[in-house]
Structure formats: C-alpha cells, structure tokens
Design a protein around this ligand. Structure first.
Ligand SMILES: [Cu+2]
Length: 306
C-alpha cells in the first residue's frame, strides 16, 4: 500500500470511529442531514439513526426496528402555529421572541407564517406508503400549489408492504428525504442563521395493544403536549426542561455573511429559531387513521381514533 493510500485508509478509520462514538451518544437522535445555505434549494433528509428504546437512549433493552415515521414543519400560514425566538449567538440562550419572521426573512409578510420555507416532498421515501400533509387552503409558489406541512410514511402491509428499518442488532442510518428553500435573509436583518426545528416521530410498534409500550415510538419534540403526553417515548426530563434543554431535529439555514453581511449596527447579531407550536404538533404530527394514501390503515399512537 502506498503512503497516500495508507493515509486515506487511516482517515476512513478515524471517520468510522467518530461515527460509532456519535451513534452511542444520547444526542445521536433523529437529526436533519445538511445545513442549508441561504438562497439555495436543499435536497435534504431526516436521518433516522437508531430504533426505539435502545442504541444509546436507554440503558436496558434492545432497539426495535422502525416501521413508520411522521413529521410536521413550522411553516403554517397562521403565525400563531409557530414559536419564533431570538438566540444569543454564543450561549444559545433565548433573548427575545418574535410574532413572525417578517423582520428577518425575505418574502415573509407581517402577520403571516413561514409559508416560504419552500417545503416539498420526495418519493420514493423511507417507506412505500406515503402520506403528504397538505394545507389545501393555502396556495403557494408560482403554480399556486397547496402548502405542504410535512409527511408520514409506513411500511404496510397495505397497500404496499416493505421491510422495516433494521435496527435490532446495530444502529444504522435511514434517510427520509424532503426539499426546502430557497430561503434568504433580509439585508437589514441582524440574524446569522435560522434554526428550523421540525417535529418528528419514529414508530416501532403499531396497533392499540402497543399504546402502553415505551418502545412503541421515539417522539422528537423534547417536551410534552396534550396528545404527545408520555415522557417514556421521548428524550425528556423535567430537569432538562427547566434548563431550556429541549431536543429538536434542527435544520440550520445559514446566512451568507460574505455576500450578505450583517449591518454594522448589529454587533454580534443573533440566531433565530422557529418551531411548531404545541397546537400545530397535536393537529398535524399524528398519522391519520384510514385508507392509504391519505392515511395509515393501522393505529399509530397517538390518534383520536381509539
Ligand atoms: Cu437518540
């Protein structure tokens, strides 16, 4: 082996070591693959990095295979369906709240939500049974298509049956793709980035009899809502909540500080975060029950159909 090849191989080994260390960390939850650059369309994805109740999240028990997922993005037309905060660029502490993104993000109108996120769906997806979440009342884009809010997917058996995401023995990545962008920062804004927090659930069990199983799902909203009210299925502790440590799958949209620098008066500026409000999560994160493609034929917790 040449020295160049040896160096390449060593680099691969250390990268693999980093990945396996990360996979065992409690922070190796479902995340979002790529940072999004300002002004660019991003073909991105959730990275479902481990199964339920194991592989680092739990001291005991094996990880279960994933059989479904659901998601909701903070892009509702009603700004009351999202929470917008300003964050200190160094500490991440919340330094303010905003009614909407109209001060900072190009194209956002005062009193309207973040419909310009540019969310679009991608098929095939992580499972063959695909359920887009569409707001038929809000038309967006050049072709006036209904606003997409998120999506769910499951592995059947109907109408299409597919393998689960295999996680029983060892953690592995599975991508649930989506598209966002382009998103740009106003030249007058002092924001350096926008952290888009997305509610996401991985399901490992389905059916009414699973509703008390703590390994039925991993719910990535980091806090309790009226419907998602079981701390056993999310990385949750009251102590963490008191410290403001709430885990979200987070997609960072980075400002281009070269072509769109902060105005001098901004100082260090701030980061922005937007997340779906609890009412939006409870309305749109559960997988609806019914017949595919509009809904899943099985019950996935939580559902209003019991
Ligand atoms: Cu995790």
């Amino acid at each position: 082996m040449t020295n160049t090849k040896l160096v390449k191989k060593l680099a691969l080994y250390s990268a693999a070591t980093l990945v396996s260390v990360a996979a065992q960390s409690v922070l190796a939850h479902t995340g979002i693959r790529d940072v999004v650059q300002e002004g660019v369309v991003s073909y991105n994805a959730f990275n479902l990095s481990h199964g339920c109740d194991g592989n680092g999240d739990s001291a005991t028990g094996n990880s279960k295979n994933i059989v479904a997922m659901s998601s909701v993005f903070p892009n509702a037309a009603d700004p009351l369906m999202a929470v917008v905060t300003k964050l200190d660029v160094t500490t991440g502490a919340i330094v303010g709240t905003l009614p909407d993104l109209s001060e900072d993000i190009t194209g956002v109108v005062s009193g309207v939500g973040f419909t310009g996120l540019g969310l679009n769906t991608v098929q095939p997806n992580v499972f063959p049974n695909f359920i887009p979440n569409i707001d038929k009342n809000t038309l967006v884009g050049a072709h006036s298509t209904p606003l997409k809010r998120g999506f769910a997917a499951h592995n059947g058996p109907k109408p299409y049956e597919s393998a689960p995401i295999w996680q029983e023995v060892t953690s592995g990545s599975a991508f649930a793709p989506f598209v966002v962008g382009p998103v740009s920062f106003k030249s007058t804004s002092c924001a350096k980035s926008l952290r888009v927090r997305v509610a996401e659930v991985n399901y490992c069990e389905k059916g009414l009899k699973s509703y008390k199983d703590s390994a039925r799902a991993d719910v990535w909203i980091g806090h309790l809502t009226t419907k998602f009210n079981d701390p056993a299925v999310m990385p949750y502790s009251q102590a963490d909540m008191d410290l403001g440590k709430v885990y979200w799958p987070t997609m960072t949209i980075a400002r281009n500080l070269t072509t769109n620098p902060l105005p001098a008066a901004c100082g260090d500026g701030y980061n922005l975060a937007i997340e779906p409000a609890d009412a939006d999560i409870d309305a749109n994160l559960p997988i609806p029950y019914g017949h595919a493609p509009k809904a899943a034929p099985q019950f996935y917790w939580p559902t209003t159909r019991k």
